[in-house]
Design a protein around this ligand. Structure first.
Ligand SMILES: C[S@@+](CC[C@H](N)C(=O)[O-])C[C@H]1O[C@@H](n2cnc3c(N)ncnc32)[C@H](O)[C@@H]1O
Length: 288
């Protein structure tokens, strides 16, 4: 497998997470080490345009800005923030932003970028399936683009989101559509099925979605979650569904068939409305 999808691909680095040799064999530790590696490549890539965004630009797309709405003065938690470009961008819109990621290399880089940009943004290193309940709850929790396939326990993820929000606070997710995995090999993103298999498998991946030729090779575990599983996890945890949208375009050209770009969105030019490529969920914490 090559790293053509956000969530695959790596960069120069050591692959040394804080775990022990035994811990390194757990799926989460293997993935964390992979993301530590990727971070080094991603920071300098054209894909992420780090310098431009650090200098005052924004990495946010109109889609998530519409779904999240005005954030000025709001406490915003960004889950799986990678090295923090979206988190910094939310802060520039006035949010009191905090980013969380389990990759020490990503969090370290995010803190450096925040300091360089003189933005007061907190970054924490944590597994989003084991979030601590914050002393002061958040108004908004956001997560986007290549996040769910790294999570084996959606119930724990959703519970952490509920505990992080104030009553009535909103969670906004923008994610690649699980249907992509069911399409035929080479057509969009792979040869998997729509429904999840019991256990994830470790696969070796080369390169990265920011640079397919990056000279790196690493293991990773991925999980497949259907739309029903995602929404049910959130509703079961105590969030009410506000909106569920599906989109026939993707934020990145996930495979050769997504060959046409317009306004930053990629479609299959010959059949632009044939299948869903992304979805979004807006959900609100139900109770106190
Ligand atoms: C594709 S990136 C996130 C997308 C982000 N919008 C971006 O493009 O920068 C996925 C991120 O999830 C993080 N991640 C994966 N599993 C995680 C977990 N269990 N807890 C916290 N972060 C995790 C990785 O370290 C990585 O930074």
């Amino acid at each position: 497998m090559t790293g053509t999808h956000p969530g695959t691909g790596t960069g120069p680095g050591t692959g040394t997470g804080p775990g022990t040799a035994a811990a390194a064999e757990t799926p989460q530790a293997v993935n964390r080490d992979a993301w530590d590696l990727r971070t080094g490549v991603h920071v300098g890539s054209d894909f992420y345009a780090t310098a431009e965004i650090s200098a005052g630009g924004s990495s946010l797309k109109p889609l998530e800005r519409r779904l999240v709405g005005e954030v000025d003065g709001l406490r915003l938690l960004h889950l799986q923030c990678h090295f923090g470009l979206d988190t910094l961008s939310w802060a520039r819109l006035g949010a009191r932003a905090t980013g969380v990621d389990f990759s020490p290399a990503a969090v370290r880089t995010a803190r450096e970028l925040a300091a360089d940009a003189r933005l007061d943004v907190a970054f924490h290193c944590a597994d989003v399936q084991r979030l601590e309940t914050p002393e002061e709850p958040y108004d908004v929790v956001v997560s986007s683009y290549g996040v769910l396939c790294w999570l084996g326990d959606l119930a724990a993820w959703a519970d952490g989101i509920r505990r992080s929000l104030r009553p009535g606070g909103r969670f906004v997710l923008v994610e690649f559509h699980p249907m992509l995995e069911a399409l035929e090999a080479g057509r969009v993103s792979g040869a998997g099925g729509y429904f999840r298999t019991a256990e994830p498998e470790a696969v070796w991946t080369e390169g990265s979605y920011t640079d397919a030729q990056a000279p790196i090779r690493y293991r990773e575990y991925r999980w497949q979650h259907t739309l029903g599983e995602v929404v049910t996890a959130l509703v079961s945890a105590g969030l009410d569904l506000v909106a569920l949208e599906e989109y026939p375009y993707a934020a990145h050209p996930l495979a050769d068939s997504l060959d046409t770009e317009r306004d930053g969105w990629w479609t299959n030019g010959a059949e632009p409305h044939r299948y869903p490529c992304m979805f979004s969920v807006v959900a609100a914490r139900r109770d106190g």
